[in-house]
Design a protein around this ligand. Structure first.
Ligand SMILES: Nc1nc2c(ncn2[C@@H]2O[C@H](COP(=O)(O)OP(=O)(O)O)[C@@H](O)[C@H]2O)c(=O)[nH]1
Ligand SMILES: [Mg+2]
Length: 502
């Protein structure tokens, strides 16, 4: 069977394998279909971070519609899965697995038919091109914990992930965001449960994420390749809109510093003003608002601040209170102070400026490029993990095991296996040489890159370096420190061997 040129080779191998699984007949047809759903759905990106970090605001910006409830509307404390689909609808999924369809009305929050502790998550469908690329999972967010509480949660969490016996956080048998039992009030358990069935994460934090938060986040089933850092609220960074430095510029600098500090958790940190992105991407601006803002352009910065700070007759004469509130809500202090001259050009000009300054372009670049690539590899891993689970308990386990082994050994799946190895090494020995080598082969875009050379390196140099690396890996494999390293070395040897022949 030949593969159509437009189908991703990883996808093709998995699709073929699932067809063979269905070919075994009986209930395996249903299992193959259920696992196949993962393959045919967009990768799932979970948004994690502290309560009020701006997660829901960013979800709205990415979807391009104000669907995720933000603190501006009401505190939300359930996990919500946003996916492309028609008609616009929602189902509340209980911890008992039962689904309760609920009505959705524009500009109204969803009425939940269950108490929060009884809700595993909410499935929300809406027609959206953005969601066709990736399903977005909004989480309530981590809240402050006492030290005792914190370690109890962490113990529970480590226990839970250990029990699954899988590398990249095996999903439950149902393959859904279930298991959000207990501890839902602090959001840690909900975040963990939502992450189990995700392929990549966006980790939102402000100036300085707390140590316990970073520790928790780094234990989620992701790698720096599948977790993108976002420095949120960039428009109020540092001294904020009224400070001496431009907060967006300051935030951009800080994001680079944070990427270095957090390098065991994320490879990249993007500065974002979710608020400006939400306003510009959800069609919230009107000509009336732009004109009201433009009316302030004759005032000094200090006078603008006075108008917004004083609720007196003078302020009212310049700008009526409802407009002041709405402008602050949509633009924040930074947008009000710096957007008033642009607003003179009308709502479209102001919108374009907001979109540009928000930093969402940079976020999309990351999401569309490397994050998308690694999320697809992680999705393949989730499919293999489901097949492994099936083989533990199914009467046809030998057939399923043989089939999975055959899929894993396909050269097309090499990057998937490398990502699994990388994840395992990060847990076992993050500073080992092989961990860095796995990162190198995963991120390389050329044969030369896979051996750590620039992509224009001459062929003989690549061959020589591949020989050298192969010899080191073979030597090392004689006395490995762990099962994880054993597996990693097999992958490295598999990668270097073909490169030694040019
Ligand atoms: N100035 C500013 N405010 C923001 C930004 N993002 C979110 N907010 C505000 O912060 C509050 C919490 O945001 P929300 O998205 O609900 O946070 P979540 O709890 O992480 O989902 C809301 O009032 C938002 O309007 C931002 O980029 N800049
Ligand atoms: Mg929220």
């Amino acid at each position: 069977m030949t593969t159509p040129p437009n189908v991703d080779p990883v996808h093709a191998v998995l699709d073929r394998g699932l067809h063979q699984l269905a070919g075994l007949g009986g209930d395996l047809i249903a299992h193959a279909n259920s696992i196949g759903t993962i393959l045919w759905s967009p990768p799932r990106v979970v948004i994690v971070g502290r309560l009020k970090a701006g997660k829901s605001t960013l979800v709205n910006a990415l979807i391009g519609a104000p669907v995720a409830e933000t603190a501006a509307l009401e505190a939300t404390n359930v996990v919500t899965v946003y996916q492309d689909g028609s008609p616009s609808r929602a189902e509340v999924v209980g911890v008992d697995g039962r689904r309760h369809p609920v009505a959705v009305h524009p500009h109204e929050s969803i009425r939940l038919p269950l108490e929060t502790p009884d809700i595993a998550f909410v499935d929300r469908w809406l027609p959206s091109t953005a969601l066709r690329q990736r399903t977005l999972i909004d989480t309530p967010g981590l809240s402050t914990l006492t030290v005792a509480n914190d370690s109890a949660t962490r113990r529970a969490m480590i226990g839970a992930s250990g029990a699954t016996g899988n590398v990249i956080g095996a999903s439950g048998a149902t393959g859904n965001v279930t298991g959000a039992t207990g501890n839902s009030t602090d959001g840690f358990e909900q975040t963990r449960a939502a992450s189990v069935d995700a392929d990549a994460a966006v980790f939102l934090f402000d100036a300085a994420p707390r140590a316990d938060e970073v520790e928790f986040i780094s234990q989620l089933p992701f790698t720096p390749l599948t977790m993108l850092g976002v420095l949120s609220r960039a428009d109020s960074f540092g001294e904020g809109a009224l400070g001496r430095r431009d907060p967006l510029t300051h935030a951009a600098e800080h994001a680079t510093t944070m990427a270095t500090h957090l390098n065991e958790t994320v490879d990249t940190v993007v500065p974002i003003s979710g608020l400006m992105a939400q306003t510009s991407h959800t069609g919230a601006l009107t000509e009336q608002l732009a004109a009201a803002l433009a009316g302030l352009r004759g005032l000094s910065r200090l006078d603008v601040v006075r108008v917004f700070d004083n609720d007196d007759a003078a302020a009212e004469a310049i700008l009526p209170r409802p407009l002041r509130i709405r402008l602050l809500e949509l633009l924040g202090e930074y947008g009000v102070l710096n957007g008033r001259h642009i607003a003179a050009g009308g709502a479209a000009a102001l919108n374009a400026w907001l979109a540009d300054r928000s930093g969402i372009g940079g976020l999309y670049r990351e999401l569309d490029a490397s994050m998308a690539r690694f999320a697809i590899l992680h999705r393949a891993h989730r499919i293999l993990a489901r097949l492994d689970q099936l083989s533990y308990r199914h009467p046809a386990r030998d057939h399923i095991r043989a089939l999975t082994a055959q899929m894993r050994s396909a050269p097309e799946l090499n990057p998937v296996i490398a990502l699994e190895d990388y994840q395992r090494m990060l847990r076992t020995d993050p500073h080992a040489a092989v961990t860095a080598e796995l990162h190198t082969i995963l991120t390389a875009t050329s044969p030369a890159g896979r051996v750590g050379l620039p992509s224009d390196a001459p062929r003989h140099a690549v061959t020589a370096e591949a020989h050298r690396r192969l010899a080191v890996a073979q030597q090392r494999s004689l006395a490995t420190a762990s099962a994880a390293e054993d597996a990693a070395l097999i992958t490295l040897i598999r990668t270097y061997t073909p490169l030694t022949t040019g």
